[in-house]
Design a protein around this ligand. Sequence first.
Ligand code: NAD
Ligand code: DAU
Length: 325
Amino acid sequence: MTGGCGFIGSRFVERLATAGDSVVVLDKLTYAGNLANLDGVSHEFVRGDIADREAVQRAGEGCGACVNFAAETHVDRSILRAHEFIHTDVLGTYVLLEWAREADARLVQVSTDEVYGDVAAGESSSERDALRPSSPYSASKAGGDLQVLSHVRTFGVDALITRGSNTYGPHQYPEKLIPLFITNAFDGKELPVYGDGKQVRDWLHASDHCAAIEFVMRHGQGGEVYNVGGDCELENLTVVARILELCDADDGLVRHVDDRLGHDRRYSLDSGKLHSLGWAPERDFRSGLEETVAWYREHRAWWEPIKSGAYREYYEQQYASRLGT
Ligand code: NAD
Ligand code: DAU
């Protein structure tokens, strides 16, 4: 499992380890990687970069499959600087494909609904749709996906792609909408809503996302792409209102600020292909969000240290002029 110290990857490692699988985690431990996410979870750990052939060979020794969670994942950071995104999400994916080809192993590429770009009201993206990424992040993920598909066709590599929607739950780094707003609300800090806040995202609980990836890893057809949606499309302002309510916070904390550049208005996935094979999301957003807020309330020791140090520099750069602070 690459990126197994991140938000979704760590929950996937826990899921497999609990089922008795033997898991090797390859993780560079970037700002988003956190060894504490794997506390109490049985695994073997290798620190390294997925774009480093030697590290990949070392970690991959004896593995029958690789699930690639490793990526630079935050759209706003990709707008500030895209270099690391192209390094990890494109070059890193290519190095893993070379490993899979040589080792004759399966590679599951964990991708995103953002590769399809904006989706008009009333429409949903199917796996056959063209890729129209809008941000440097989604363009780098699309680049990784295209490398995967080219290696399937040209070299017969046993690789598959999942394209998940906006994922939420415990252990998510507090730069993304839900954990940032929950932790800001606890501390009585402003909640910076980009633009009019009417952008639509489809929310998927991390445990449902992991179940879908495991399903695809075990039962998916090589060369195929599988959309993984949460069947829960909501405007950002609706999510923010629920967070305020669950955190007992005042709606005066909401600040409409300058929009994200190139901001996609809406994502929507048609997940019919995976539904027809037997996977469907099980968690409902209301209880999933409630449980997530409770986790952040009880785990200040996890997120408070993160929100100091280098994070503060990022926060200043991203929000100071927007908030006029
Ligand atoms: P995250 O940012 O929480 O964690 C990323 C992990 O990858 C970290 O542990 C980091 O240290 C590691 N990493 C980064 N660069 C690396 C490199 N070069 N070599 C090795 N390790 C490296 O990410 P996440 O939110 O858990 O996302 C995991 C995957 O799921 C990503 O591929 C992302 O594109 C995809 N995805 C995420 C979401 C979401 O809403 N979070 C939705 C759909 C798809
Ligand atoms: O759709 C899947 C994608 O979801 C993943 O591929 C990405 O890795 C993940 O980061 C996420 O991307 P988004 O850009 O949709 O997530 P984010 O939490 O950054 O933003 C969600 C929405 O909230 C989006 O419309 C932007 C808005 N937003 C976000 C932040 C951080 C705000 O209004 N204010 C903010 O401060």
